[in-house]
Design a protein around this ligand. Structure first.
Ligand code: FEO
Length: 396
């Protein structure tokens, strides 16, 4: 809630979702999120850029009332997903002469998802412009950030780029230009990238380049804060989307009777002694969001599981499935664990890593409690990981 001026004639009319616990019913939001909508008053026409999640429609409508908006000519839909488009029907009801301006793909999705009538749309092509009188909107197609129809809207005279999900961050704050502590902004944006954008890294590379060439004065996303210094968030994305990885090994594990944990603890110790930054996550309690964020840059990921129900633990399979769907740029992977009387499952983990372009180390599976020879195998794995990190130049 609460209207805020961005610059003269342009206002924030979105909504903060301070206590939303989880996004896409999947990953945690420790700092909440926001659904950013902006109204642009031209000398002749008024445009609303994106709307808000349907659960916050009342806040958007109140914000428009606070500004005494009597007429909206255009509702720009940069993206069809409901956290930005879901209030369009309510806006059209309140402002019946408004038209929804978007591209053909987004129009088709909005008809499917929200049952908006065909005659309510004006469709645009890449680089088309729309005059508001003294202000001009230009549409820049930025597909696959993170749906096929995503686009950005550029306010030509002010060089302001409204990017919707692209460059978004999961943070709810009343400071529309962000808190003073840039680390909070960086982490919110990295969490957002990890959870939503990472699978589309190659498409994002092209779109980041387009935005950098445009050199906007301000980037105004649909989630989180507005960037008055766009280079900050462009540079952050350039690191995440590059092929470079960090000297880090994530160890995603679960242990029922302690044997797998003993292996994990030993692997972590030897990795650290070898100079690799190890980060074990007990998936029984760990945050999937934190794991996703670490997957953005980690060179290596190791899955560690005991056998249960004649296979590896279902929570490890679920996490491998998620990692596979997120398609991180991880270069090396390992599988370790302990079994009691038998079982199969290593192949099950492997088959869930098919999207990862990784070199897989020989799995280390031991029987029961680890013995000295088992620790030797784990030490050898740690040394192999360190050697690989050295080979690609991330460990000196
Ligand atoms: Fe923020 Fe793709 O929705």
């Amino acid at each position: 809630m609460a209207v805020q001026k961005v610059i003269e004639g342009i206002y924030y009319v979105g909504s903060r979702h301070w206590d939303r616990p989880i996004f896409d019913e999947l990953l945690e939001l420790p700092k909440g999120t926001s659904y950013n909508a902006y109204i642009v008053f031209g000398s002749q026409k008024t445009a609303l850029i994106d709307t808000v999640d349907p659960c916050k429609t009342h806040e958007l409508l109140r914000n428009l009332d606070v500004l005494n908006v009597k007429e909206i000519d255009y509702v720009i839909a940069n993206h069809a997903e409901q956290d930005h488009s879901g209030s369009i029907p309510a806006v059209l009801e309140k402002y019946p002469s408004a038209k929804v301006v978007t591209n053909e793909k987004c129009k088709a999705l909005l008809i499917d998802l929200l049952e908006i009538k065909e005659d309510k749309f004006i469709t645009v092509n890449d680089n088309d412009t729309l005059s508001l009188g003294d202000k001009t909107l230009q549409f820049m197609f930025t597909p696959w950030v993170h749906w096929p129809e995503t686009m950005s809207t550029y306010l030509v005279e002010e060089k302001m780029l409204f990017t919707c999900d692209f460059f978004g961050s999961h943070i709810a704050t009343s400071r529309i230009f962000g808190p003073k502590d840039e680390k909070l902004i960086y982490e919110g944006a990295k969490r957002y990238y990890a959870e939503i954008m990472m699978p589309f890294r190659k498409n994002i590379q092209k779109n980041v380049q387009k935005v950098e060439e445009l050199n906007p004065s301000m980037i105004l996303p649909g989630h989180g804060v507005i960037y008055k210094n766009p280079q900050f968030i462009i540079d952050a994305h350039k690191k995440w989307i590059s092929d470079d990885v960090d000297n880090e090994a994530l160890i995603i594990y679960i242990s029922m009777h302690g044997s797998t944990k003993e292996l994990v603890d030993y692997l972590s110790d030897i990795l650290i002694e070898q100079g690799v930054h190890a980060r074990p996550y007990n998936i029984a309690e760990a945050s999937l969001g934190e794991i996703a964020m670490d997957l953005v840059d980690a060179a290596t990921v190791v899955f560690a599981s005991p056998f249960i129900l004649a296979g590896v633990h279902p929570k490890i399979i679920a996490t491998a499935y998620l990692a596979n769907a997120l398609r991180p740029k991880t270069k090396f992977a390992g599988i370790i664990g302990s079994f009691g009387w038998g079982g199969k499952g290593v192949e099950h983990i492997k088959s869930n890593l098919a999207n990862l372009n990784v070199e897989l180390f020989e799995p280390v599976y031991i029987k029961g409690k680890p013995k000295p020879k088992d620790f030797e195998q784990i030490a050898a794995l740690a040394k192999k990981i360190a050697d690989k990190h050295r080979e690609i130049g991330i460990l000196k």
